[in-house]
Design a protein around this ligand. Structure first.
Ligand code: NAP
Ligand code: 3JN
Length: 334
């Protein structure tokens, strides 16, 4: 691959920071890096591959001469600036929900639908973190037994809600242990020692009673798997975990697949690690997923309530495979 001029929009954020680390670690061929953020970051510098790089304020002209731009600066920024970048000949890999369901924009998980990269028109969308780790595991099972229905509950780490959310969990934990009242600024209720069945933390609920995060899991799964007939029902829950999203997933398949066959299929699947040895209390854990690029699956068992069903426990680092790594893998496909 020839060296590319790469821009990271949102470089000072949690995901942007992971994008820079991932580009370094995977030795992505970067001839020049451009770090972009808001006015608030004017004058800041960041380190990339041992060099100090100034952070520039993102505007319409930021993408002239840029080959690939990785966006993680929120949906509003993507909506406004991704088309400017594409017009200047840059390919945008966008981490927000702004373009995910646009029929002219591919929504890509490299282990699932890499071929969709080919029809991009300048913007490629990176799915939501909870969707990514689920479809990496569901795709091989769909190919083996055809999934008809999915019921998922998530246990999502606070880092999915940004830097301020991590601080809120830390501050509330200290406050509660000291006998003080926890302060809620990011989340609507205390997150320390608690579980909140509402993601995102504001403007969450849609007319059908599901949250927007839950509907992302429904719509994005169907688009990525290229099958609008897969029925999905999701409940997304924030838990007091720093990093690593966990998911309890129940599937109903057209053809029967045994737990043993599912383990065999998943062990051979790209990007998946099976951790399933209950006799030795081995199953995926959020803590163990931090810093790892794979998606972990365990507790694989046949659903006793139906004849063609499986239960699974799926865990992955939400900032890596759920965001930065998936985006860099898309850039590698390009
Ligand atoms: P964060 O830590 O709060 O960082 C936000 C970044 O966006 C910062 O670099 C910030 O720059 C920049 N930014 C904000 N407004 C901007 C503007 N008007 N112009 C230019 N830059 C702007 O948030 P994060 O956790 O990294 O998440 C960032 C975005 O990534 C989210 O909003 C979401 O769209 C996406 N995301 C996707 C997933 C996923 O599931 N795939 C997961 C998490 C996040 P300053 O430092 O200058 O403010
Ligand atoms: O809350 C999480 O665990 C994942 C958060 C993702 C997120 C946060 C803010 C804005 C998104 C996303 O990727 O869907 C967005 C967005 O809508 O762009």
């Amino acid at each position: 691959m020839s060296s590319k001029v790469v821009a990271v929009a949102g470089a000072t954020g949690l995901v942007g920071n992971q994008m820079l680390k991932t580009l370094e670690e995977r030795e992505f061929p970067v001839s020049k890096i451009k770090l972009l953020a808001s006015e608030r970051s004017k004058g800041k510098t960041l380190t990339f591959c041992g060099e100090t790089v100034p952070v520039e304020v993102l505007d319409e002209n930021s993408f002239k001469g840029v080959d690939i731009a990785l966006f993680s600066a929120g949906g509003g920024t993507s909506k406004r600036f991704a088309p400017c970048a594409a017009k200047d000949g840059c390919v945008v890999v966008d981490n927000s929900s702004a373009w995910r369901m646009d029929p002219d924009v591919p929504l890509v998980v490299p282990e699932v639908n890499p071929e969709d990269v080919e029809w991009h028109k300048g913007i490629i969308a990176n799915p939501n973190c909870s969707t990514i780790q689920m479809v990496v595991v569901l795709k091989p099972l769909h190919d083996a037994a055809r999934i008809e229905r999915v019921v998922v509950s998530t246990y999502q780490a606070v880092s999915g809600a940004g830097i301020k959310a991590i601080k809120e969990l830390e501050d509330q934990t200290k406050a509660i242990l000291a006998g003080d009242e926890p302060k809620c600024e990011v989340f609507p209720h205390p997150i320390a020692f608690n579980c909140i069945p509402q993601i995102p933390q504001s403007d969450a609920f849609t007319a059908n009673g599901y949250t927007s995060e839950e509907m992302k899991m429904v719509n994005e799964t169907q688009k990525i798997m290229g099958d609008e007939n897969i029925r999905v029902s999701a409940t997304t829950v924030r838990v007091p975990v720093h990093t690593g999203h966990s998911e309890s997933v129940n599937i109903e398949t057209q053809r029967k697949i045994t737990a043993e066959k599912a383990r065999e299929v998943l062990a051979a699947a790209p990007g998946v690690v099976v951790l399933d040895d209950t006799a030795n209390q081995v199953y995926p854990l959020a803590l163990d997923s931090v810093g790892r690029g794979e998606t972990f699956v365990g507790r694989i068992r046949e659903d006793i309530s139906q004849s063609r069903g499986l239960d699974l426990w799926i865990v992955s680092d939400n900032l890596l495979k759920g965001a930065a790594l998936n985006a860099v893998q898309i850039a590698e496909l390009l």
